[in-house]
Design a protein around this ligand. Sequence first.
Ligand code: ADP
Ligand code: 5GP
Length: 216
Amino acid sequence: MPHRTELDPHKFRRRGVLFVLSSPSGAGKSTIARKLLAADPYLEMSVSYTTRPMRPGEVDGKDYHFVDLERFREMVSNHEFLEWAHVFNERYGTPKQQVSDILASGRDVLFDIDWQGAQQLFQLAGGDVVRVFILPPSLKILHERLIKRATDATEIIDARMARATSEVSHWDGYDYVLVNDDIQSTYESVHTILKAERLKRSRQTGLIGFIRGLNK
Ligand code: ADP
Ligand code: 5GP
């Protein structure tokens, strides 16, 4: 099924969008991703593989595919990842097959990956990639959100905070940078970005046929 341009009465064929959301852990990207997926039927999440242990409430195959180091290494040597990286002493990777299946079904792909993943995806598929970075209003608020989320032990929260400053330093590798103060308005901005990117001329490969028809 070809991609269609949402909100476009002519519904031209278009290239799929690889939509990347990154942020320091706790800034709100999973919350924004959940809202986007619930609201947008043309968007599907890329489910990564990870070697990190499952958190309470997580579901294998939905939040991540949880695998051991041996399996992860095997997937790397079989070239099964579009990109992969070390994060918090664990490994995380984006499977190639799922991304091509989503694109082939006519939908766009949402990635919750870090700056290393965003960089690698951009090197692979530049023009199709849209990179959005979410910042917390302050490091104090970031810390409070991690505590309130109550999914990590204190030492893990400390490690995430220690990493936050270095993650923020990669803000300039993104196309859009938003401060997540109010969740609803941040989500709406992110959705607006996605909708506008779908309408870019360079993505609308079906436009040329329409223009030719107009000039007949
Ligand atoms: P991330 O995926 O970036 O690690 P989460 O989406 O899990 O972050 O958000 C961390 C915590 O902060 C969650 O408990 C979430 O409900 C809360 N949160 C997210 N955005 C906001 C916001 N704008 N205001 C207040 N709390 C928020
Ligand atoms: P968490 O352990 O909190 O789920 O994720 C830790 C970090 O790893 C987050 O910044 C998340 O975006 C990143 N991440 C998750 N999956 C991938 C992936 O497949 N590739 C890369 N490069 N980063 C990932």
